[in-house]
Write a protein that binds this ligand. Structure first.
Ligand code: SF4
Length: 345
């Protein structure tokens, strides 16, 4: 039987998008995942994962000695294959130093010299499909759409945490609409969540999801929501946030991690793309989703991640998406309307 190691130490959204690869590999044998401690928590209870191996590359595991210690520990596991979903030189070296005989990664990765099989990644496909091609070893392999959707598995602890939060806000049986206003990149943060919350507050309880760093944004949004908002920012683990998103009728999110949590929980999604576009491979994968973006803006996309500031100064890609546009999209989704993934602006 094969035993596989998947190396994924990138952003949390990338970890979520790696889960179709994990499910594919688990059909052939046990799968361990080398990942950040935060990503390890996100993969808890995942049926495709035998165990996660925490690697805190920017913290306690920084440096050569920690890397070699890790490689020695991995060698003892006698993995037959390693799959590099994160392609740094350091990751490649770890796989090589761990004497894993079959090492599969992307031909464009910085660590490619350490791989025994290099896969040419396709542009213009979803990143989940790109990552899955490491497992199929064929970027052109036909994969059923359902196999591309990521999956997360909140457990009893996460369900309980959400129950407690909702009960504390007298919202146990209320209809919820989730808003996820944060992003690491400032230009990817749509600026009208507070106005949107005011528009939707009569439809449902507004629940604001995000990290503790999003607290100020959440307070501004809650202020406009007629006392109908629940601020969950910084109050739940990532996996519990996924559970909360699962319970929502819909989520409105930027091009950031909550979008991928929503895909994993199959929550109807309105995704707002400003300086980036879903064609980069990070659009929603929930069965019912809408992408809002200024398709006719010539300067868009202007950056793979979203610049710190709009280089043209006007930030029209976000400012011209109105709260009314977004509220209409949410109502369309929650009314059960047909909702293919498309740009409607
Ligand atoms: S240059 Fe265009 S796409 Fe980039 S941030 Fe400014 S408005 Fe948005």
């Amino acid at each position: 039987m094969t035993a596989s190691l998947v190396v994924q130490t990138s952003f949390l959204g990338d970890t979520v998008l790696t889960t179709p690869l994990l499910a594919f590999l688990a059909r052939s044998g046990p799968v361990d995942v080398l990942c950040t401690p935060a990503a390890g928590a996100l993969l808890e209870h995942h049926p495709a994962v035998r165990r996660t191996i925490p690697y805190d590359k920017r913290g306690g595991d920084h440096g050569w000695l920690a890397m070699l210690t890790l490689a020695r520990a991995l060698r003892r596991e006698r993995y037959t294959s390693a799959y590099f979903a994160q392609g740094s030189v350091r990751s490649g070296m770890i796989g090589w130093a761990a004497s894993i005989p079959d090492r599969v990664g992307f031909a464009t990765s910085a660590g490619r010299r350490f791989y025994t099989t290099r896969i040419a990644p396709l542009d213009n496909v979803h990143h989940a499909a790109r990552l899955l091609s490491l497992g199929t070893r064929d970027p052109f392999a036909t994969v059923p759409t359902a196999d591309l959707r990521p999956r997360l598995y909140p457990g009893e602890r996460e369900r309980h945490a959400v129950d407690v939060l909702l009960a504390a806000n007298h919202a146990t049986n209320d209809r919820l609409i989730a808003l996820a206003p944060g992003s690491v990149w400032a230009t990817k943060r749509w600026p009208y969540y507070a106005e949107l919350a005011a528009l939707l507050a009569d439809d449902a309880r507004i629940v604001i999801v995000g990290a503790a760093a999003d607290r100020a944004l959440a307070e501004a949004i809650a202020g406009g929501a007629k006392g109908r908002a629940i601020d969950a920012t910084g109050k739940l683990s990532l996996l519990a946030s996924a559970e909360l998103i699962r319970r929502a009728s819909a989520i409105v999110t930027n091009d950031s991690s909550p979008l991928h949590l929503a895909s994993a929980m199959n929550t109807p999604t309105v995704a707002i793309f400003g300086p980036t576009v879903p064609e980069f491979g990070f659009g929603p994968l929930a069965e019912r989703s809408l992408v809002l973006g200024q398709a006719s803006l010539a300067c868009r996309p202007c950056d793979r991640h979203g610049p710190r500031k709009c280089p043209l100064g006007h930030w029209r890609c976000m400012r011209e998406i109105t709260p009314e546009d977004v509220a209409r999209s949410v109502r369309h989704l929650t009314a059960g309307g047909m909702a293919p993934t498309l740009s409607i602006l």
